[in-house]
Design a protein around this ligand. Structure first.
Ligand SMILES: [Zn+2]
Length: 90
């Protein structure tokens, strides 16, 4: 099941709201994060895209069990990403 790109509109929207103070250009922003799948419990490394803004949420499928996650990413001022993954609620 490959539905992860079905809700891509939010990404384009948030790109326009990029905070100018967000430290993207100096290479300090996290580019990946380790999360635990809320369905199967697997530890999964996911890629992050700092260029999409300091506050992001999107849907991504678990690469182990293919269940859809609601992924929420928040970057702090130093480019550290806080990532939470919850079951997708429709
Ligand atoms: Zn899983």
């Amino acid at each position: 099941m490959r539905g992860s790109n079905g809700n891509g509109d939010a990404d384009y929207h948030q790109r326009e709201e990029l905070d100018e103070d967000f430290p993207l250009g100096d290479g300090t922003a996290d580019l990946d994060a380790s999360v635990e799948c809320p369905y199967c419990g697997a530890a999964v490394e996911i890629a992050l895209d700092p260029g999409s803004g300091s506050s992001q949420d999107y849907v991504e499928d678990c690469e182990v069990c293919c269940q859809p996650w609601q992924v929420v990413v928040r970057y702090d001022d130093e480019g550290h990403a806080e990532v939470s993954v919850t079951p997708l609620v429709e």
